[in-house]
Every structure is written in structure tokens, then in C-alpha cells.
Design a protein around this ligand. Structure first.
Ligand code: NAD
Length: 428
């Protein structure tokens, strides 16, 4: 069996959908590989005075519909294959929500936990200098991703403006509010996913008060989603972070969990130190400790992976009890699991649709950066809702018409829009 990588998993759905859409060989060629791959070493001076080199990537998959768009990830295992898959997914995602961008992604192979703030700033500025000819508001607009944040985006914009002697607020998104950021960007991914889930439950006449949700990952996206769901009347039965999680069939309170996480650094930190838990206290509070693997298999209606990729696989797909999976993480479900879950009748809202709220509000930030406008939170929320629901309806129509899963239908909507742009531009 060929080795499964994020890119081979992307290609599996891509191939299925290209066949369904009967793409010509010339059209297919544009999806075979990224348009541009930039790989280089960046060098910084560590606090110790020693010089250190890091591998840095920027991969531009397709810009038929507009400038490349996608985050920059800092991770010890960031590699070309992973960045390529994420760049490809971004191309589909921007097309699914119909915003005028292509797809790209960046990465630096480093462990940010081992870098001081000064070293992190040096890495971020060196990355911009290394990629300066390939990025910019009209060329390729980066954003935060795993282990990067608004502070890093601010250093990057500052470095870009210094190097190019320009005022360029739209060269990067996910910036702090004080330096060109947009209201609503921090909650955008969860907000977008929440709009889609609400619409889906409305259409299926499901009452939030009767629905139980388990969420893997209690970071920016997962924790925000837990609050939205709790406030809307859903019962959040389980949440977790990298150390494991807590489960209560009666529901956990995200506000309390947030406090515990703040106090102890862990979702389950109020009750457990590592795997040793205060069972008596847990019983009193009506909660149980669960591992991340157990969380996925809990009795619930809606499962929300919001942490890592490739967590729902052929190994556990049969044991999943949820009827809906809302993919906030990128690539959480393997193609084999997809097939098993489809047979079980589980409805999956795929990553390229479910988590597209983040890039959509990045687009609003880009628009504000170019126009000098400042949008209100209400305007961001209304526009986000409109775009997410339009995308959801397009995917639903496509799924119905082509007898496809939501993942295939989302790819079909995206691919078709990309191919149309390529024809319009005379590339084909
Ligand atoms: P984050 O770093 O804020 O949070 C990640 C969470 O996952 C943390 O709670 C962490 O403890 C948990 N985690 C880490 N390792 C884990 C493990 N082994 N098992 C279980 N949990 C683990 O990240 P985020 O911004 O919330 O992003 C989460 C996912 O959503 C990622 O896959 C990301 O690519 C995707 N996503 C995020 C955005 C966004 O705007 N934040 C947009 C699109 C997609």
C-alpha cells in the first residue's frame, strides 16, 4: 500500500472528483502539482550568539482566482509534503467560499517552544526577507497557522514594509487590531463552522437542546466553538487538549473548563495530573477523564475534530457514534474512514467548507487593508454568515445533483470555479 501522507489523502478526493467532473487532461494538469515551490534556509543568531539555520517553505498551489492565500506554520515537523497538501486545500477552500484568492501555504521547520521571543521575531523577519519577491497583497498574502499568531504577523508586515519602503497593510492577514487587523478574525473559524451547523440542524429540524457535541481540541477554534454551542443550547459533553479531556453525559461548562485550563494549563487539569486523577472530585462534579482516542468514540450526535489531522481513520471509524462530523481541523478524516462513515450514514461537513470562516474574515481584513475602511463587528458577522451559507448551499446542491458526499461536492464546487477562471484567463 502506498504511504499515506496529507498530500496523497488530498489527491484521493481530487482524483475521484476530477473523474466525476470529466476534466480534460489539460485541465487536470493544473491540479497535478503546485505552480511554485520555494524552499530555502533561513539563518538567525540565537541568544547564545550561535548561528542557526531553519528550513523554510512557501508553496503556491494555484492563483487562477486571485492572489495565493494561506497561513505560515512553525513546527518541528513542517515539511514540503505537508505544506503542499495544505496549499492545495487552501485553493479549494477559497474557491468553495467564492472569495477572490488562490491557495498557498508556508512553513518553517522549527520548534517555537525552544525559541525566545527575540529569536521568534528573528525567524519571522528572516522568513519575510527570504520570500520577499514571492509575497505581497497582489501576489501571495500569508496569515497565521499552527504556532503563529497576530504578533508574528505584525513583525512580518513591519519587515515587509521596511524592505519594500511601502505601506502594505494588505500583504498579510491575522494582524493585531492595533496594526491593521479585522474585528472578528479571532473567532472567525468557529463562527463560520457554527453558522453551517445551525443551518444544517435547522434544515433537518433538529433542536439544539437535544443535541450532544464532543470537541477534540480546546484551542482557538475548539474552545470558541464550545462557547458558541453552549450558548445556543447544545450540550457540550466532552472537550480535550493534547493532555486528554473531560466527559460528562450531562454536559460540561466551557466557561469553567476555560478557567481550569487557564489555571492549570490543561482542560482536565482541575482533576488530573498527567494520568493520575482525583476520582472522588470527578464523581462529585459528574465528569470522567477521557483520552483523545476515547473522546472520538463517545456517545454524541455531533463530533468536532478541532486539533490534529488524520485522527479519524480505518482503525476507529467503525466505533464512531456521532451522526454528524464537523471538520474544524484540516484533514482530520482519512479517505478509508470517509468510506466507512459514508456507509454508516454519517454526514461529514468537510474541512474545506467547515473551517473556511477563518480565510473568509482574512479576506475582509485584506479588503479593509486595501480600501482603508474599518468594518464593524456586526458587518463582519453578517458578511461571514452570508458567505458561509452561500457556500453551504452550493455544496448541498452539488451533493444532491451529483450523488456525492459533502467532501466530494465541496471539491467539485471548488474545482469547477477554478477551472472556469482558468478558461476565462485563457490558460486552457
Ligand atoms: P490551537 O493551537 O489554538 O489549538 C489546538 C488544540 O489542539 C489545543 O487545544 C491543543 O492542546 C490541542 N491538541 C494538540 N495536540 C493534540 C493531540 N495530540 N490530541 C488532541 N488535542 C491536541 O489551534 P487552532 O487555531 O484552534 O486550530 C485547530 C485546528 O483547526 C488545526 O487543525 C488548524 O489547522 C485548524 N484550523 C484553524 C483555523 C483558525 O483560524 N484557527 C482555521 C482553519 C483551520
Amino acid at each position: 500500500m502506498p504511504v499515506s501522507t496529507p498530500y496523497t489523502r488530498f489527491q484521493k478526493t481530487l482524483e475521484e472528483v476530477m473523474q466525476k467532473l470529466k476534466l480534460t487532461p489539460k485541465e487536470r494538469a493544473f491540479f497535478a502539482k503546485p505552480q511554485n515551490t520555494y524552499k530555502t534556509e533561513i539563518h538567525i543568531k540565537r541568544d547564545s550568539g550561535k548561528e542557526q539555520a531553519f528550513q523554510a517553505f512557501r508553496i503556491q498551489f494555484n492563483n487562477a482566482r486571485g492572489p495565493f492565500k494561506g497561513g505560515i506554520r512553525y513546527h518541528p515537523e513542517a515539511n514540503e509534503e505537508e505544506v503542499k497538501a495544505l496549499a492545495a486545500l487552501m485553493s479549494i477552500k477559497t474557491a468553495v467560499v467564492n472569495i477572490p484568492f488562490g491557495g498557498g501555504k508556508g512553513g518553517v521547520q522549527c520548534n517555537p517552544k525552544e525559541l525566545s521571543r527575540k529569536e521568534l521575531e528573528a525567524v519571522s523577519r528572516a522568513y519575510v526577507r527570504a520570500m520577499i519577491r514571492h509575497i505581497g497583497a497582489d501576489i501571495d498574502c500569508p496569515a497565521p497557522d499552527v504556532n503563529t499568531n497576530p504578533a508574528i504577523m505584525a513583525w512580518m508586515r513591519d519587515e515587509f514594509e521596511k524592505q519594500t519602503h511601502t505601506y502594505s497593510p494588505a500583504m498579510i492577514t491575522g494582524k493585531p487590531l492595533s496594526y491593521g487587523g479585522s474585528l472578528g478574525r479571532d473567532t472567525a473559524t468557529a463562527r463560520g463552522a457554527f453558522f453551517i451547523l445551525q443551518e444544517m440542524m435547522d434544515r433537518e429540524a433538529r433542536d439544539p437542546e437535544e443535541l450532544k457535541v464532543a470537541i477534540q481540541g480546546f484551542g482557538n477554534a475548539g474552545a470558541t466553538m464550545a462557547h458558541f454551542l453552549h450558548n445556543a443550547g447544545y450540550t457540550v459533553v466532552a472537550v480535550s487538549d493534547s493532555q486528554g479531556g473531560v466527559y460528562s453525559p450531562e454536559g460540561v461548562d466551557p466557561v469553567r473548563i476555560e478557567k481550569y485550563k487557564h489555571k492549570t494549563g490543561q482542560v482536565a487539569g482541575e482533576y488530573c495530573k498527567g494520568s493520575v486523577c482525583d476520582i472522588k472530585r470527578m464523581k462529585l462534579d459528574g465528569v470522567r477523564h477521557v483520552t483523545n482516542e476515547q473522546l472520538l468514540e463517545l456517545p454524541c450526535d455531533i463530533l468536532i475534530p478541532a486539533a490534529l489531522d488524520n485522527v479519524i481513520t480505518a482503525k476507529n471509524a467503525r466505533k464512531i457514534r456521532a451522526k454528524y462530523i464537523l471538520e474544524i481541523a484540516n484533514g482530520p478524516t482519512s479517505p478509508e474512514a470517509d468510506t466507512i462513515l459514508e456507509k454508516k450514514g454519517v454526514k461529514i461537513v468537510p474541512d474545506v467548507l467547515a473551517n473556511a470562516g477563518g480565510v473568509t474574515v482574512s479576506y475582509f481584513e485584506w479588503v479593509q487593508g486595501r480600501s482603508g475602511e474599518l468594518w464593524t463587528a456586526e458587518r463582519v458577522d453578517n458578511e461571514l454568515r452570508r458567505i458561509m451559507l452561500d457556500a453551504y448551499k452550493s455544496v448541498q446542491r452539488e451533493a444532491h445533483r451529483g450523488n456525492m458526499t459533502y467532501r466530494q461536492a465541496a471539491f467539485a464546487v471548488g474545482i469547477r470555479r477554478m477551472v472556469d477562471a482558468m478558461h476565462a484567463r485563457g490558460w486552457l
